[in-house]
Write a protein that binds this ligand. Structure first.
Ligand code: AMP
Length: 267
């Protein structure tokens, strides 16, 4: 595995590689990231992973400061998985890169875009640079962050970028909790609460009752357990709009707080 820190170096290299898989991450890698990386390695001759904690997508400085950072473990994991290239750029390497001018897609003002106002602009700013610096034929993104996946797909389509987005399923702990770098910030009691919440959402969804009852039950469960939440929505995955129908085209999306840790999931 070769570690590259310079945008110019990786750009020159990837201009000459026709088929490659790219897994962009913010580091503190867990089995969810590993799933994306393994999938790329199986499907491509060359896999590149990037680790870049993008300050522009954080709403507040404290969240960025507390975000887990484990670069040595990350390097070890990527080596173990036999990643070909690990791109670890500095802020300057990313944002001083003169990329092509891109259009940004219109984003529906729902869920993350409603509650974390500048978040997706920050995501698109880094994706605009990364897709230019590392011109890969496939990019692996997790359904754990489904709204982000959808927006990046729209960005790629709108700008006719020749990268295919590969959706990757959400990897969960055996207790049902979706793996997330932020889970490390939870104390034992709050981790237990997170597991209970997610399993409640799963159970309620199986009941197949009317949408309004389902959303009401989930919200009441948050209130009963004194858990602050931003939203509970039922979304059609094709249109990515709020829908009344609960079926295999739809998912329940939640964002909630345990202590100061904000978790998102979709089921
Ligand atoms: P992050 O490091 O949080 O920016 O995540 C990097 C990529 O890994 C994104 O495409 C995420 O959606 C994906 N990811 C994060 N957690 C999981 C998970 N539990 N299962 C599958 N993919 C995940």
């Amino acid at each position: 595995m070769k570690i590259i820190r310079k945008s110019k170096e990786i750009n020159l290299l990837f201009k000459n590689i026709k088929k490659s898989g790219f897994v962009p991450t913010m580091g503190s890698l867990h089995k969810g990231h590993e799933y994306l990386i393994k999938k790329s390695i199986t499907e491509n001759k060359v896999t590149v992973v990037s680790i870049f904690l993008n300050p522009k997508q954080f709403n507040n400085k404290n969240d960025l400061k507390k975000y887990p950072k484990k670069i040595n473990d990350d390097i070890r994991i990527c080596k173990k998985l036999k990643v070909n290239y690990l791109f670890i750029p500095s802020f300057h390497e990313i944002y001083s890169w003169k990329s092509k001018k891109r259009k940004y897609p219109k984003i529906n003002k729902i869920m993350e875009h409603k509650y974390r106002k500048r978040h997706f602009k920050g995501v698109l700013q880094v994706i605009e640079k990364l897709t230019d610096i590392v011109p890969s034929s496939k990019m692996y993104l997790g359904e754990k962050d489904f709204q982000q996946l959808k927006i990046i797909k729209d960005f790629i389509f709108l700008n006719k970028i020749k990268t295919k987005i590969i959706n990757c399923k959400t990897i969960r702990d055996s207790n049902g909790l979706a793996l997330s770098s932020r889970n490390q910030l939870l104390n034992k009691a709050n981790k237990k609460k997170a597991v209970l919440i997610i399993n409640f959402v799963k159970k309620i969804k199986k009941k197949k009752s009317k949408k309004n009852n389902i959303l009401k039950d989930i919200k009441e469960n948050f209130k009963k357990n004194k858990i602050k939440y931003d939203y509970v929505e039922n979304i059609n995955l094709k249109t990515f709009k709020i829908t009344n129908k609960i079926n295999n085209q739809s998912r329940l999306f939640v964002a909630f707080y345990l202590g100061k840790v904000r978790l998102i999931d979709n089921i």
